[in-house]
Design a protein around this ligand. Structure first.
Ligand SMILES: Cc1cc2nc3c(=O)[nH]c(=O)nc-3n(C[C@H](O)[C@H](O)[C@H](O)COP(=O)(O)O)c2cc1C
Length: 191
């Protein structure tokens, strides 16, 4: 059995980001049966310009990172009623290269109860356009507040930490699941 490879993408560019800390914690807690890496290049990505040839190195790196994993886990804040423009920009770069086509993806909303729903809705719309497969069982809400983040930059709240880990594991379980066998159809012409 190969080890599922998951890329973690935060939609926040803020140094003390709760979303990035949540993903950092998932990476720190991933056991040896998961290969988890965190994308750190969001602020290096240039603004999307269609048809560039060759594409900028940061964009080529993004394609390479996405091509090297089995699944992607997003964690993003909401800005002005949708995902941040920087994350939308990242996702626009993936469309032409079909980086997310049929790729299992999930998200964790770490905002306060009742917040961040528009970020979730718009993320779902955009990854849907990108052709990703949204793994519902791995998507969830796990509130992470600034005080939950310790000096090590990780979420200290044990319950939140366990639930973050569970989201990554649910995504990995989906990747590990064998493809459904093709069912044989018996033709019967007797009406
Ligand atoms: C420019 C801006 C716009 C925001 N708009 C919203 C919003 O529409 N809805 C919301 O729930 N929170 C909004 N927020 C709050 C952020 O989503 C919140 O601070 C979040 O924790 C930031 O994530 P981070 O800690 O990962 O950087 C906004 C914050 C900023 C800076």
């Amino acid at each position: 059995m190969t080890i599922p490879r998951i890329l973690l993408i935060s939609g926040s560019t803020r140094a003390a980001s709760t979303n990035s800390a949540a993903l950092r914690t998932i990476a720190a807690d991933a056991g040896p049966d998961l290969e988890v890496s965190q994308y750190e290049g969001l602020t290096d990505l240039p603004q999307f310009i269609p048809g560039q040839d060759p594409e900028p190195p940061a964009v080529q790196d993004l394609h390479r990172r996405l091509g090297a994993v089995d699944a992607v886990l997003f964690c993003t804040p909401e800005y002005a009623g949708m995902i941040p423009g920087s994350l939308k920009n990242l996702l626009e770069w993936t469309i032409g290269n079909a980086d997310l086509s049929d790729k299992p993806v999930a998200y964790v909303n770490v905002a306060y109860e009742g917040r961040g729903e528009a970020a979730v809705a718009t993320l779902r719309t955009v990854v849907g356009y990108a052709g990703a497969e949204i793994v519902e069982a791995a998507c969830g809400r796990i509130t992470v507040v600034q005080n939950d983040i310790g000096p090590d930059g990780l979420v200290g709240n044990a319950e939140a930490r366990a639930r973050l880990n569970a989201a990554a594991r649910a995504l990995a379980d989906h990747v590990r699941r064998p493809a459904a066998p093709l069912t044989s159809v018996k033709l019967d012409n007797r009406g």
